[in-house]
Design a protein around this ligand. Structure first.
Ligand code: 2M8
Length: 440
């Protein structure tokens, strides 16, 4: 077991080791490229040790931004070939002028945590003062323009109904790839006979296949990519011909609070979008609150092809604690649920962390990636958001639990929540980044 100061030192060492020039690999072998929400979180961790490097991390991600404003979910390192599907399979620049040809990118996006990261990096830089603060101040206006284009894209293309709920086209866009949230949505995806053959790389790195999505799931993931290619990555065509189309209540909550953060940055920079961004924050907050299940208080996604809510008990259900806006009684109720035996208070958990699916739910699978394991990055993120909402006590106990889980020093991608066994990749960049922000 590592004590916090040594753990933080090792975390910084791991992130440096995962660096590939201006980008940080999400994980050394499993994910040897830059992922969108990983990069935002990694930048927060990096800010504690090197503010200019944190800014460079985001610049590297912004270099992959599409003409539409979309920040793609992967920016590929041209010198790396160890991930599938790689840039040739996505073929974005070959199929649409919206995608940059260099760097090469994927053609979908991930939760919009970036403005939150930029705001947090600012706090860290100001606390450092001196050259770090100055660097951040000089960098911020350019970053703001990128973020504004990204938020405009999401409002325009991902909330075409204007109801304050983001639409996603692929489970990968949620970042919670195989969560039971998407089971009924994927159930209607019929893999075409013309799905080009492929060889997975992930199961060569993570030898225990039960920790990764299964072959039928992977076929569907790859099939949807083919559908996007057929649509030339055009948002309207993708929506029209979608086999997978759902709201993402967690990403919507993130977007609510990210708009708030961006509004603060607008005010700081004297930009005119302050009120517009606050209105967007309010719209998405209302969207999330409107998606609550009356009985449990958890927010639910809606399968947009059937109109049916997806009734599961996953970490995403706590979206209202991220977006804010609950009245005092409802907020107290949801915090109590979070601390209850269905969640962090489950008697079999060695650490009171938040499993990705409730251990009391029939959907819970203790080793299966986003179907049950505890993710350090999510514990940290939720604690950060709870703190922002003023739920200081719950945030503090979650931080302590997250750190206790991480103290094995493996910086695992996720943990078996009932035993604390590290699973998935080790030396995962965002687990190390979360550690730095938890300790420092
Ligand atoms: C995982 O997703 C990728 C696909 O995007 C994969 O399994 O190959 C998810 O955990 C995702 O949230 C994360 O951003 C990515 C890199 O850490 O890995």
């Amino acid at each position: 077991m590592w004590r916090p100061p040594e753990l933080a030192a090792r975390a910084a060492y791991v992130i440096r080791g995962n660096s590939a020039g201006a980008m940080t690999r999400a994980a050394p072998d499993l994910y040897p490229h830059q992922w969108s929400w990983d990069a935002a979180f990694v930048a927060v961790g990096l800010a504690h040790v090197d503010v200019p490097r944190a800014c460079a991390e985001l610049d590297s991600l912004f270099a992959g931004q599409w003409r539409t404003g979309m920040i793609p979910h992967i920016v590929f390192d041209p010198s790396e070939e160890g991930y599938f599907p790689g840039p040739d399979r996505w073929a974005c620049a070959e199929l649409t002028d919206d995608a940059p040809s260099s760097p090469r990118t994927s053609g979908i996006c991930q939760p919009p945590v970036h403005a939150l990261a930029v705001e947090r990096i600012g706090e860290i830089a100001e606390a450092h003062g001196g050259a770090a603060a100055e660097h951040y101040r000089d960098w911020l206006p350019g970053a703001y323009d990128r973020l504004l284009a990204w938020h405009h894209y999401l409002i325009r293309e991902r909330d075409p109904r204007g109801d304050g709920l983001l639409t996603i086209y692929h489970g990968w866009e949620s970042g919670m790839d195989n969560s039971p949230r998407w089971d009924p949505v994927y159930a209607r995806v019929v893999v075409g006979a013309d799905l080009p053959s492929y060889t997975r790389r992930d199961t060569a790195v993570v030898a225990d296949a039960s920790q990764r999505p299964d072959p039928a799931e992977y076929d569907r993931y790859l099939w949807l990519v083919e559908r996007f290619k057929q649509a030339g990555y055009d948002a309207a065509r993708i929506r029209r011909n979608a086999e997978f189309l759902t709201t993402d209540v967690f990403a919507s909550a993130v977007f609510a609070v990210a708009n708030e953060a961006l509004a603060h940055l607008a005010r700081r920079l004297g930009r005119p979008e302050h009120d517009e961004l606050l209105a967007a924050a309010e719209l998405f907050r209302r969207g999330v609150l409107g998606a609550r299940d009356v009985r449990s208080g958890l927010a639910l996604d809606t399968d947009l092809l059937t109109g049916a809510p997806v009734r599961v008990e996953t970490i995403a259900g706590f979206a209202p604690l991220v977006s804010g806006g609950l009245d005092t009684g409802a907020e107290r109720g949801l915090l109590e649920l979070l601390r209850s035996p269905r969640w962090t208070g489950h008697p079999d958990l060695p650490h009171p962390v938040v499993p990705t699916t409730s251990p009391a739910s029939p959907d819970f699978r203790r080793r299966a990636y986003w179907r049950g394991p505890s993710w350090p990055v999510m514990n940290w993120f939720l604690a950060w958001m709870l703190n922002r909402r003023g739920a200081k006590d719950t945030a503090a106990s979650l931080r302590t639990a997250a750190l206790a889980e991480l103290s094995d020093g493996s910086f695992a991608e996720y943990y078996e929540p009932l035993t604390g066994e590290p699973l998935g990749s080790v030396d995962q960049s965002w687990s190390a980044a979360a550690t730095l922000d938890l300790v420092l």
